[in-house]
Design a protein around this ligand. Structure first.
Ligand code: LMR
Length: 347
């Protein structure tokens, strides 16, 4: 018998199905470092997300502008988010000051710490930035232990393992803490030029870590990027690896990437919230890992109702990427170990 063809709604004389409005979440988000160079545009982008019901802008009293000022400013957007500012004096402890700000948070984005100056590596910032991150993470552990934490604190490769291990020691889930490496993906997508596809139709996974050779874009896994000539890939790969340093040098001692980092942080933050609201999203993020022999790795994760609902396998790597992965592991291993040592000595 011939298979019966399904008739379209139009053939049945019916109009198009009315679109059901997507249910939006009612989430509380805090940006710690929200009045800084990354923090302000990050707060702007998060305040525009329909999943955000309440946005808390927290920063120190020495930030570029008072956090309450950022909050009052953003509070005038014609968006649903109610915005509140919280300021803390330098030298005070977040755990003594952030109870109201963090309680009930579903997502805490942490663009905090010192930026690089030309000539510095991300690793040079470890001690000072790990101490700053620790204060905030301890406050999150106390007031919003179920929230997802997105860290934009360099060196991400060491700070995230340090903080996730501190969470583990407190009996909390280390998978709640992710390092935001989305800017590497954004850059790889942008640098795949000369193709018919606009950059936002390109999606190059970037795995490994977030510093130098640990940044490994998998051009072979994107349908547009994989058409690039093999001999052009090493330069493109290096361009992505060096992109953060290019911004540091272009800003000439006045900071590192802020606007593109905020864009990337918001992309990750919105994916986390979409996942919590029941619309699963896949992103690359640096977190606890079992997909290689390293305990932390930037990998493809699926955000769902409980945060990270699934870690995806590496997928197929070509010969160049397989060789690069070995190089990634050598550098990343040492940087993870610094983080683990910090957690050991500071818990
Ligand atoms: C970046 O990738 O732009 C950031 O990690 C900042 C930096 O120091 O490069």
């Amino acid at each position: 018998p011939r298979p019966r063809r399904r008739r379209s709604r139009r053939a049945k004389g019916k109009g198009p199905r009315a679109k059901e409005p997507r249910k939006t979440g009612e989430f509380k988000v805090c940006v710690c470092g929200g009045a800084g160079g990354i923090g302000q545009p990050l707060c702007l982008l998060m305040a525009m997300d329909p999943n955000v019901k309440e946005l808390c802008v927290f920063d120190l009293n020495v930030a570029m502008v008072p956090a309450q000022g950022v909050a009052t400013d953003l509070g005038h957007l014609e968006k649903k988010a109610a915005v509140k500012g919280y300021v803390m004096e330098v030298g005070q402890k977040p755990v003594d000051n952030l109870e109201e700000c963090l309680t009930g948070c579903h997502l805490v984005l942490i663009p905090a710490g010192m930026p690089r100056k030309p000539g510095q590596t991300r690793d040079d910032l470890f001690k000072i930035n790990a101490d700053i991150a620790k204060g905030i993470v301890e406050a999150c552990a106390k007031y919003c232990p179920d929230a997802m934490l997105g860290m934009i604190v360099n060196p991400v490769n060491s700070v995230v393992p340090a903080m996730a291990e501190l969470y583990k020691k407190k009996g909390l889930d280390p998978m709640k803490i992710v390092g935001i490496t989305t800017l590497d993906v954004v850059r790889a997508n942008k640098f795949v030029v000369r193709l018919p596809a606009p950059p936002d139709r390109v999606n190059v996974p970037v795995i490994g870590g977030h510093a130098g050779t640990t940044i490994l874009p998998l051009f072979s896994q994107d349908k547009h990027a994989k058409t690039i000539d093999a001999e052009k890939i090493p330069d493109l790969d290096k361009h992505v690896q060096d992109a953060g340093t290019d911004v540091v040098n272009a800003k000439n001692g006045k900071g590192s990437a802020t606007l593109s980092m905020a864009y990337a942080g918001a992309r990750l933050g919105k994916s986390v919230l979409a996942g919590l609201a029941g619309q699963r999203r896949t992103e690359c993020a640096y977190c606890k890992s079992e997909i290689t022999d390293l305990p932390y790795f930037a990998q493809k994760v699926v955000f769902g109702k409980e945060g990270i609902s699934k870690v995806l396998p590496l997928g197929e790597l070509n010969e160049y990427e397989t060789k690069r992965l070995e190089e990634v592991k050598v550098q990343l291993k040492g940087e993870i170990e610094s983080g683990l040592k910090y957690a050991e000595e500071n818990s």
